[in-house]
Design a protein around this ligand. Sequence first.
Ligand SMILES: [Zn+2]
Length: 588
Amino acid sequence: MSLHRHSFLGIRLTSFLSLAATATLVMPTFACRPAEDAREPADLVLRGGRVVTVDPALPDAEAVAMRGDRILFVGSDAEVGAFTGPRTDVIDLAGRLAIPGFIEGHGHLMGLGQSRLQLDLMATASYEDLIGLVTEAVAGAGPGEWIVGRGWHQSKWNPAPDPAVRGFQTHDALSEVSPDNPVLLRHASGHASFANARAMELAGVTAATPDPDGGEIIRDAAGVPTGIFVETAALLFSEAYAASRENMTSADRQAENMRALLLAQEEAFSKGVTSFQDAGVGVETLELYRKAIDDGDLKLRVWAMVGAGVPNLAEVLPAVRVVGYGGNRLTVRAIKAYSDGALGSRGAWLLDPYEDDPGNSGHNTVPLEDIAAVIRLALQHDYQVGTHAIGDRANQAVLDLYTAAFAEMPDAGEGVRFRIEHSQILSPYDVPRFADLGVVAAMQGIHAISDGPWTPDRLGETRTLERAYQFRDLIDAGVTVMNGTDTPVEDVNPIPSFYGTVVGRMNNGEVLNPDQLMTRMEGLEAYTINAAYGAHEEFSKGSITPGKLADVVILSQDILEIPDEEILDTRVDLTIVGGEIVYTRASD
Ligand SMILES: [Zn+2]
C-alpha cells in the first residue's frame, strides 16, 4: 500500500494547508456541530454492530448513516441518532460486522453469467432429480433450443440409476421429458457428457458411430449408445451445438447476453461483491453494459478492461474510454494484455524448467514486442495496463516492459498505475521491482488453495516456498496486493479467497506457504481499498468513509475475529450498493 499511502498523504496535506489558511477566519462559524447534516436526515442507518471501515482515520465504529448514494456519517450509535429522522430506514446490526462492499479484483462477468445460464446439476441427489430439473428447463426453453447443464455425478445418487450401463444412467427418461429440445449435460468431473436422443440425432450419432480417439461412446448390449459420451466422445456434439448458435438472431443473442449479465450481477450481490473488475472485454460487451445501466438494470459497479486483442485497438481506446458512467456504474480506462499460459497445463513461463517436465519452461504466448506496443498505446491514451503473468519469467519480462515504457514516456498521466494480473510465481529479485515501479499485484487468494495441492509437483518444494503466492513478501516490500477470484474459474465468493490469503488451509489439511499469509486486516484491505486503488478508485470506494459511495456489506459473523476454521461458514446477510439494498439473505 506504500504508494497509495503517499498519495493519501499528499491529498491530506494539501487540504489541511488550504484549511489552515482559511481556518482563522471561518473557524467561529463552523465551530459547532455539523448542524446542516443533522437537519437533513439519512435515508438509511445501520447501527448496533461493528463497523470496520478500512479507513485509518476512524477504523472502528458502531454505526453508519447514508444519504443518496453516499456515506453521510460513521461513528457511534449515540451520534448516529442525529441523522435519524422519521423517514430514515434503520437496520439493527445486532452485533454483526459491516464492512465496505467487496471489490472483485479480477473476474470475467459475462463468463460468470454464461455459466449461470447452464443448468446447475451439482445438487441432484438422484437421476429423478436431474429429470425434474430438465423438465423445468424444457418448459422455459424455446422450440428446439439446446438445454446445456453441468455438475451431475451418478455415484453421488441414491438410489443408483436403474436401468444402468457401467454404472451410468441411460437416456430413455431424459429423451422422454425432452423429445424436441436437444440436451447435453456435462459430468461433474468434466470428463463425460450425457445426451438425449434429439442431441444424438442432430450430431448424427448412431450405433454405427465409432469411438473417437481418446474417447468412448457407452453402449448397451445391442451396441446402441446409452447417452454417455466419455472424454473426446463428448466433442461429437460440438458442431451441432455451434450450428444452433449461428442461427440465433442478433436480438436473441443480445437477450441471452443480457440474461447472463443480470444473473452474474445477482450472484455477485448475493456474495457481497459490489464492484467487479472485469478482466478483458470487447466493444459489444461494453455496449451491453451501457444498455443495462441505461435501463436501470445494472447496479453492480463494473470496471472493465478492454482486451488487448480487440481489433483496431488504437481507435477503440479513445472511443470507449469512460469514467464513472451512469452514477459510477462503469469505468473503462484499462487494457488487459497477456504474456503466458497457466501453471496447471505447464504453460506458465518459468525462469527454470518444470519440476515434473524438465525439458519444458512453459512459454510466452504473445510476442513481447506486441505487448510493448499495447503498453505504448495505453500510455498515449491514458489507460492502465493489466498484464496476465503467472510464471516468474513472464512476470520478470512484463516488469522489464513496464520499466522500458515508463523510461520512454516519463510524463505519462495517471494511467501509469499498471498492474500484473495473477503475479503468481515471482523471483525474489522482482518482488521489490513491483514497489519501485508502482505496479499493483492483482492476485487471487483462492488459487493458493485450489491449485496449491499440485503446485509443488510443478515447481518442487523449494521453489514453491520461495516463489509461489508471495503475499507477505510483496506487502512487506510496499506493494499494493489486491484479491479476487478469476470467476468463473473459481466461485466469485470473496470469503474462500479471503481465507486463502489469511489461513490458506487446503483440502488436504496443509498450508502451501505459511510464511506468506496476510493478517486478517490486510486480507480485508486486499479485497476493498487495495482493489479500489488498483482501479484508481480509492477516492470513491474501498472504505466506509463519509463522502464515498455507500457500498456496504453485512456479514453473518466477524471474519476479523472468529477462529480460522469458522471463516468459511461466513454468509453475506445484506448487500448495499449506493445506499440501496440489493440483496437480503433469506433467513434459514
Ligand atoms: Zn482471468
